[in-house]
Write a protein that binds this ligand. Structure first.
Ligand SMILES: [Zn+2]
Length: 334
C-alpha cells in the first residue's frame, strides 16, 4: 500500500506507523490565531498529522513568544491541532530556567517550574488518546555531574508523568560540539548506553539526524547507519538539513547536504512507529523563498522518501527538482 494514501489527513488505518510533522513555532503563523487555522490546513495538505509544540511558562520576551507556545495558549493551540486530527508532542522550554543543570543547584526551583509542563504532557496524552512525547535536553553546563543531574531529574520527571497519567520522554541526541563525543548525550554510543543504564521504559532517544551527522566531521568512525542497539531506543526523530557552505543545521531539506535518506533507512526498516518532526528554522526557510512554500517542499521530499520506502523498493527520495516542479504545478492549478 502506498504511504501517500495513508498520509492523507484523517484517513489513517492500522498500517499507518509514522506520523510526520514539524516544530510549530508561532512565528510560522505570525502569532495569529487566524493564520494558525490556515497554517494547519496547509500542513494537513502536505501530509502532516503531528506537531511538536515548544512550551513556555513564566516571563517571556518577543523572541520567546515567536518560538514557544505560551502557557495561556497551551490548551487552545493543542485543541486547534487536535481538531484537524493531529497528535501533539512537546519540546521542553528552551529558557535557561528549565535547563536540567539547575537540578544540581536548585532542585526545588526547577521542579516547581517544570511540573506544569509535565501535567500538560499527561493532559495532552489523555485528550489525544495517544502518548505525547516530551523532548528534553540533558544537562550540559559547567557542573560536576551533568550525567548524574540528568539521570536524577529524568527519574523525577518520569515519576511525575506516571503519577499524572501517561506520556513518554525522549532525550535528544545533541550536537557533538568540539570533541565532546564522549559526553553522555552527544554520540550514538554514549546516549544509548545512558538510556539503557536508566532502564526506564518511558524514556527513549530523540534521534536528531542533523546533530548526529555533525559528528561525521570529527569522528572518522562515523557511519550513516546506526546500530540496532541504538535504533531500538529511538522513540522520536528530529529531521533538518545543513547548509552546503558552513554545515550550520536547521535548514530545509532542499539543502541536500545531509544523507538523511540513507540514515533513516534502517530505522524505517525496523518498523519505527513514532513521529518524525521537521525542525526547520523559519529564518532559514525564508532565505530560500516564501517560507510556507519552502516548508511544503521539505514535506514533499520526506513524503516522497517514505513513500518509496513504504513500497518496499530502494528508490532514492524525490530530487529537489521534482519537488519544485510539482509545487509549480500545484501553484498553477490552485
Ligand atoms: Zn532537535
Amino acid at each position: 500500500m502506498s504511504f501517500v494514501r495513508q498520509w492523507m489527513p484523517g484517513r489513517y488505518d492500522s498500517n499507518t506507523v509514522i506520523r510526520i510533522g514539524n516544530a510549530s513555532s508561532p512565528r510560522w503563523y505570525d502569532l495569529s490565531p487566524v493564520r494558525l487555522e490556515e497554517y494547519i490546513d496547509r500542513l494537513s495538505g502536505w501530509g502532516a498529522s503531528t506537531t511538536e509544540l515548544v512550551l513556555h511558562r513564566g516571563e517571556f520576551d518577543d523572541r520567546t513568544a515567536r518560538v514557544h507556545v505560551l502557557e495561556e495558549d497551551w490548551i487552545q493551540v493543542f485543541e486547534r491541532y487536535r481538531s484537524h486530527g493531529f497528535t501533539c508532542n512537546v519540546h521542553a522550554p528552551l529558557d535557561p530556567r528549565f535547563k536540567f543543570d539547575r537540578f544540581e543547584s536548585d532542585p526545588e526551583g526547577i521542579k516547581r517550574e517544570f511540573l506544569p509542563v509535565i501535567h500538560a504532557v499527561a493532559d495532552f496524552s489523555q485528550r489525544q488518546g495517544e502518548d505525547c512525547t516530551l523532548v528534553v535536553h540533558g544537562a550540559s553546563g559547567g557542573h560536576n555531574n551533568p550525567r548524574e543531574a540528568t539521570a536524577a531529574f529524568l527519574s523525577w520527571v518520569s515519576g511525575e508523568l506516571a503519577r499524572s497519567g501517561s506520556g513518554r520522554i525522549a532525550l535528544e541526541l545533541r550536537s557533538p560540539g568540539r570533541s565532546m563525543s564522549t559526553v553522555f548525550d552527544r554520540s550514538r554510543r554514549t546516549i544509548a548506553e545512558f538510556i539503557r543504564w536508566l532502564g526506564d521504559e518511558r524514556i527513549g532517544i530523540c534521534w536528531d539526524l542533523a546533530h548526529d551527522w555533525e559528528a561525521s566531521e570529527s569522528d572518522p568512525a562515523w557511519t550513516q547507519s546506526p546500530d540496532p542497539e541504538f535504533l531500538e531506543l529511538v522513540n522520536h526523530v528530529h529531521l533538518h538539513d545543513a547548509s552546503i557552505g558552513d554545515r550550520l543545521v536547521h535548514h530545509p531539506l532542499q539543502s541536500g547536504r545531509i544523507p538523511w535518506q540513507s540514515m533513516l533507512k534502517p530505522l524505517v526498516g525496523a518498523k519505527y512507529d513514532s513521529a518524525i518532526t521537521l525542525e526547520i528554522r523559519y529564518r532559514l526557510a525564508i532565505s530560500l523563498g516564501e517560507p510556507w512554500h519552502v516548508l511544503g517542499g521539505s514535506y514533499a521530499m520526506l513524503r516522497g522518501y517514505l513513500n518509496a520506502t513504504g513500497n518496499g523498493e530502494d528508490h532514492p527520495a524525490q530530487s529537489t527538482e521534482t519537488v519544485l516542479i510539482e509545487q509549480m504545478h500545484e501553484t498553477e492549478t490552485n
